[in-house]
Write a protein that binds this ligand. Sequence first.
Ligand code: TYD
Ligand code: MG
Length: 455
Amino acid sequence: MAKPVKSFSCTKCAARYSKWSGRCDNCGEWNTIQEDKGISAGPPSKSLGARRGSSMALMDLATEEAPPPRTLSGLAELDRVLGGGLVAASAILVGGDPGIGKSTLLLQAAAAFANKGLKVVYISGEEASAQVRMRAQRLGLSEAAVKLGAETNLRDILTTLDKERPALAIIDSIQTMWADNVESAPGSVSQVRAASHELTSFAKRTGTSIVLVGHVTKEGQIAGPRVVEHMVDTVLYFEGERGHPFRILRSVKNRFGPADEIGVFEMTGRGLSEVVNPSALFLSERGEPAAGSVVFAGIEGTRPVLVEIQALVAPSPHSQARRTVVGWDGGRLAMILAVLEARCGIPFAGLDVYLNVAGGMKISEPAADLAVACALLSAREDTALPAETVVFGELSLSGALRPATQTENRLKEAQKLGFTSAIAPKGGKAVVVDGIAMRPMADLTAFVGEIFGAG
Ligand code: TYD
Ligand code: MG
């Protein structure tokens, strides 16, 4: 039988040793090292050694605890994306491209929560306090009771927060934070991880809600918000195209509410204003019915949003035809082109294909497949769709069409915005919405035949 392996540990700092010594190398204390004896409950584990842990109290799933308290900011678009207001002690990451408007959004949010009576601290690691104050002035928020600090030293920030104990602390940005116990430059993965860990633990320990701002970098997002995502309760991304005023706040993870919820804002000369009716906004630039333009009746989170999908198809001067996509997934476009070719015999070889979701919106819903296919065909055939028609439905590789979820919500939104007909897959529950004529399609071939008179 193998001789049992002895192990020793320090009673002060729990550092572990394979032999006894008088002084603990880890904490420097004398006479604190003792042999771990007979304390293993089960077979000694190879990696943990023979020392036994303490047994935990396990509990039932049933709870009498009240749900965590929430505070509404009054900015309805923000409150919805948070899942119904700010949850106490939660850690929230707000990511986005540099210059998209994160600091503007969070300064407005800070002021809104302060106006609701919360104690709010805003720490800027990027801008001097004078700059933040100037922004506040431009936004008309100078009177808000937000406490401002310009600092990057994490230790000082934590000490300040511990003293102030605000209900909400905003850290702008996590990439500028510097933990002095980590030997690497601010913005590196280990710094970002250490700072996020300290700040989220602080939130859990004290009840302060923490918002971490994170820049997404186009190149691979190293040290960007990705390394923080698993540590926080809620991940929001602030998206938009530079040339467009529309901004979308999207929840991609939320322990306290639905994910995929969106809030829509418009960047104006005086900050972000809420967009109450996003469909009207996204369709506002739409002109007369034209070839290649299709209105997709989509669902974002819990609400329907109509967006225009534009396609342009033209003979390619290049040996390899171009495929350019804005606001949608390039891989999914390739799939739809392949399905159109394989199942309906409509080739796109030798043709450049451009696809654009109007208004700077990004869509990821599979139900956009049919609208995209429709825009591509409409552009290729140079045929406009019948006016006031919305399209939605998922496309499978076989060319079959699958009904989308929440058909009724999509149709109601379309009806509200003056549309009169809808092209959607056959099957599923029949939904009737007054004023909308349904054109159900059995499969892609039927769709191509009926709409474009080809097949
Ligand atoms: P900012 O919030 O600084 O972006 P981020 O923190 O994401 O880097 O906003 C940057 C842009 O927003 C800047 O180019 C100017 C514009 N902006 C407005 O158009 N209106 C405004 O009222 C403010 C404050 C900024
Ligand atoms: Mg900023």
